[in-house]
Design a protein. Structure first.
Length: 131
């Protein structure tokens, strides 16, 4: 069975998941992050974000997350990297920002999964009509 890739993100922002019937949810739920490619962020950047969060440096953590994600398509983030970044924001007290980023990542994963094949079909149609 497939797993629910959003669980680490939900956990990172303290959304209670204990009372959810995960067997029912995961039985037919495709992997969101895996379908998006799961690109990893630079390790050094992730460690800098986590270090600033562990030191309680709110502004520095936010700045480092912004720099780390600059130009990154959220739909391509790996599940673990997404959870680390969101968790760091949540840890320093930027809970609304962390929740918003988690929501945006989940929506991006879902959109990439849903519209990905359509994009491929549109591109192949354009290529075929150009020839």
């Amino acid at each position: 069975t497939a797993g629910f890739d959003g669980l680490p993100l939900l956990d990172a922002i303290d959304i209670a998941v204990e009372n959810i019937d995960w067997m029912a949810v995961t039985a037919d739920t495709p992997h969101l992050a895996a379908s998006a490619g799961g690109n990893s962020l630079p390790y050094q950047g992730l460690m800098q974000v986590e270090t600033s969060a562990n030191q309680g440096l709110k502004a520095e953590t936010l700045m480092r997350v912004a720099l780390l994600l600059d130009g990154v398509d959220l739909a391509t983030l790996s599940r673990d990297d997404a959870a680390h970044v969101v968790s760091a924001l949540h840890q320093v007290g930027l809970k609304d920002t962390a929740r918003g980023l988690a929501r945006d990542i989940l929506v991006s994963w879902a959109a990439a999964r849903h519209f990905g094949p359509l994009q491929d079909n549109v591109q192949s149609t354009k290529t075929a009509s150009a020839s």
